[in-house]
Design a protein around this ligand. Structure first.
Ligand SMILES: *Cc1c(COP(=O)(O)O)cnc(C)c1O
Length: 373
């Protein structure tokens, strides 16, 4: 049970301090209790916290405009309260193409509500709730040929995470997103990038698909979904539709009582402004490189994955659960998405001193977990 937080640290109910290297699952980009977020939300609540979707507010409009501007293209935004809801809105947009077939990838995680779950690959999440809506073809991730074979003129959309997060941080080859763009365009299907985990600075860019490693020539999706990092801990989701895709959803097609309320929108604006002001895009990249390089010095890390501060570590043994427990014991929060992988998604405000301390303690954590070379 956690009781308080500050920056990249949290304290449990017994007063023990932990370095939070998971950041509430890639959510707390500004760390805990960042004054800019506290002030923005507090100020908003003292004037107008919630108004329903019968009205709009300046923070809501401003946040939507800023998100669209960050894509570098024209578009529209639907604000909601979570990642899975951002994906539900995107899924409804794909239905407005008049087509129903969707293509998703093996290992994908898109959320737990019924529509998003239909696009999520993991059998343990899906099977207890089948039948799920829609007609979905799953193809291997980072396999352009399989994608080309699965997409037809009946396909409404292809949904891809620019890096797979829950699967343990899988980074596709540099031509994958471009191939997905080409294939979807050829068949008149939408390209939908789920940036819920990878967006908002996590990968060292506003959106991971803007990183040259993932798209050297650039790629322009039709739909982008966001959530996790966007509110810095305040629940918010966003569905961005660019170009012609922006007019598919019409007024009355979709709605939400809480979504885009002034308080959550003010949180989103504070996150974007603080990332800019504190130079956190560059910092994410620099800190991520330092962490990866430091942790990989131990030979029991057989591969490092990810971009910026979304990091996967392959271990030499299937002991990731033991590593996560040993880390917790040593005062570090890390995550074990697969039996042999550790995931880190720390706040972007993580300092070099904090990184160096973790790197120094890392071999002893692997020892305590019984990881052998
Ligand atoms: C976390 C996540 C979701 C679901 O977000 P929730 O806020 O938990 O509903 C969807 N897609 C990706 C890529 C995610 O990482």
């Amino acid at each position: 049970m956690l009781a308080k937080g500050e920056g990249a640290y949290v304290w449990d109910a017994d007063g023990k301090r932990y370095l939070d290297l998971l950041g509430g699952i890639a959510v707390n980009v500004l760390g805990h209790a960042h004054p800019a977020l506290v002030e923005a939300v507090t100020a908003q609540l003292t004037t107008l916290g919630h108004i329903s979707n019968f009205f709009t507010s300046a923070p809501q409009v401003e946040l939507a405009e800023r998100l669209v501007a960050l894509t570098g293209h024209d578009g529209r935004v639907f604000l909601s309260n979570s990642g899975t809801e951002a994906n539900e809105a995107a899924l409804k947009i794909t239905r407005r193409t008049g087509r129903t077939h969707l293509v998703a990838t093996e290992g994908a995680f898109h959320g737990r509500t019924m529509g998003a779950l239909a696009l999520t690959a993991k059998a343990a999440y899906r099977e207890p709730f089948e039948p799920l809506p829609g007609e979905v073809t799953f193809v291997p991730y980072d396999d352009a040929e399989a994608l080309a074979a699965a997409v037809t003129d009946r396909t409404a959309a292809v949904v891809i995470e620019p890096m797979q997060g829950e699967a343990g941080v899988n980074v596709p080859s540099g031509d994958y997103l471009a191939a997905a763009r080409r294939i979807t365009t050829e068949h008149g299907a939408l390209l939908w990038l789920d940036e819920i985990q990878t967006g908002i600075g996590r990968a060292g860019r506003w959106f991971a698909h803007q990183h040259p490693t993932l798209a050297p020539e650039g790629v322009v999706p039709d739909l982008i979904t966001l959530a996790k990092g966007l509110g810095g801990g305040v629940p918010i989701g966003a569905t961005l539709a660019l170009g012609a895709a922006a007019t598919l959803l019409e007024p009355g097609n979709h709605g939400t009582t809480f979504g885009g309320n002034p308080m959550a929108s003010a949180a989103g604006l504070a996150v974007l402004e603080t990332i800019e002001k504190e130079g956190l895009l560059a910092r994410a990249e620099e800190a991520g490189d330092r962490l990866r390089a430091g942790l990989a010095k131990d030979a029991r890390v057989t591969e490092t994955r990810g971009l910026g501060l979304l990091i996967g570590l392959d271990l030499s043994a299937e002991r990731s659960a033991e590593v996560a427990s040993a880390a917790l014991e040593a005062g570090y929060i890390v995550n074990n998405p697969t039996p042999s992988r550790i995931r880190l998604a720390p706040p972007l405000v993580l300092t070099d001193a904090q990184i160096d301390q973790f790197v120094a303690d890392w071999p002893a954590i692997l020892d305590a977990a019984g990881v052998e070379a």
